[in-house]
Design a protein around this ligand. Structure first.
Ligand SMILES: [Mg+2]
Length: 374
């Protein structure tokens, strides 16, 4: 099995560097440099490039350049796409093969270990739709997730509020990590499926609740002038969706949101798939949520655990990176296109995620039958 083969992100600092990371990744120049490095990530080139961008941002036309940089990154879905050529596509698929095609290798690697499933929601279990309130998952997907949870501890990790994502998934036997992992709760019913058998509830950003409510109110008022823009309060973070906003208005929207957030140094702004994410500056993300859940399940220092994380978003990269660093399990990126990612494998769309989950269940049932015959 080819493990952890391509990219390791450089540690990030807050503020402009975060933005630069997004800009750099979405630039075609940067993408082609990445593809030219042999199975690796050239930190020196990246640093140089980031420096150039940073210099241009702090230059004379600071405001305009910053906004243009945002708009460039907004045009790309995230994680940013790489240059698409026949050779690049083939090379990417070699480095991030289909998790369905590599199913047997994956199962062999998990031998003797406890699989733990982590699933993003939007774009992973449900298709991306224009209205985020209508991002429903299919009944067959719900059945697949329910079946997986019968055999493996399973968590939904989403940028949405925990209540919202629960209202979509409707499975009380799962763990839920809402608000990018800032709101974690164990199963409401059924076996907790963990070694510690302790209830799980963790909300590291509780102090930020009044601030998030305040910013949500201001943003709702401000974006009224931008047709199609939608503000979603995700309890510990806020999303400003621009999927339905005309591209010619993106500039103004980015500037408008930024002008609100700059008054709140306790908050930071990042970008997902056609959405701005505003969240507390605390060092907590989906990767930290994954580690917290493994610890809660009793696998903090275990070598017998095999976490599988499936997601499609830039915010899922934090979890993919944690798995690389732990050298445990692997990440699967849901994408139809080559993208810069820390994931080891790929699936093209939610329908393939469902197929993968079903195969996992079939394999588990089959191996149980075999054991009971012995
Ligand atoms: Mg997603």
């Amino acid at each position: 099995m080819t493990k952890q083969s391509v990219m390791v992100s450089e540690p990030q600092t807050a503020g402009v560097n975060n933005m630069m990371e997004i800009v750099a990744k979405s630039s075609s120049l940067f993408s082609s440099m990445e593809m030219n490095t042999d199975n690796g990530y050239n930190f020196a080139i990246k640093k140089q490039f980031l420096k150039k961008l940073e210099t241009s941002v702090v230059g004379v036309d600071k405001g305009t350049t910053r906004v243009n940089a945002w708009v460039d990154s907004m045009r790309a879905s995230s994680p940013p796409r790489l240059n698409s050529t026949m050779d690049n596509d083939q090379s990417w698929m070699m480095q991030h093969p289909s998790a369905l095609n590599m199913f047997d290798e994956i199962i062999n690697a998990s031998k003797g270990k406890q699989i733990v499933m982590f699933l993003d929601y939007d774009g992973t279990l449900s298709p991306i739709v224009a209205d985020p309130d209508r991002a429903f998952m299919s009944e067959s997907m719900r059945t697949a997730v329910r079946d997986v949870a019968r055999y493996f501890p399973t968590a939904i990790v989403s940028g949405r509020s925990r209540d919202k994502v629960y209202s979509f998934v409707q499975l009380a036997e799962l763990y839920y990590a809402g608000s990018h992992g800032m709101d974690i709760k164990g199963p409401a019913k059924g076996p907790r499926n963990n070694k510690t058998n302790k209830p799980v509830l963790f909300q590291p950003a509780n102090d930020f609740l009044p601030l998030i409510d305040e910013v949500t109110r201001i943003l709702i008022e401000k974006v009224q002038s931008t047709p199609g823009a939608l503000v979603e309060n995700n309890k510990f973070c806020v999303s400003v969706h621009f999927r339905c906003v005309e591209e010619k208005r993106w500039n103004d929207l980015a500037e408008l949101v930024r002008s609100v957030i700059k008054e709140y140094p306790e908050l930071r702004m990042s970008q997902g798939r056609k959405v701005f994410e505003i969240r507390p500056t605390i060092k907590w993300d989906k990767g930290k949520a994954l580690e917290f859940l493994l610890e809660s399940l009793g696998y903090a220092n275990s070598t017998n655990v095999f976490p599988i994380y499936i997601g499609d978003d830039l915010t899922d990269e934090d979890a993919f990176k944690v798995l690389r660093e732990r050298d445990q399990g692997f990440g699967i990126l849901v994408s139809k296109f080559p993208k810069n990612t820390n994931a080891s494998y790929s699936l093209r769309e939610p329908a393939e995620v469902k197929d993968f989950l079903c195969r996992l269940v079939e394999w588990k049932r089959y191996s149980r039958r075999m054991i009971s015959r012995v």
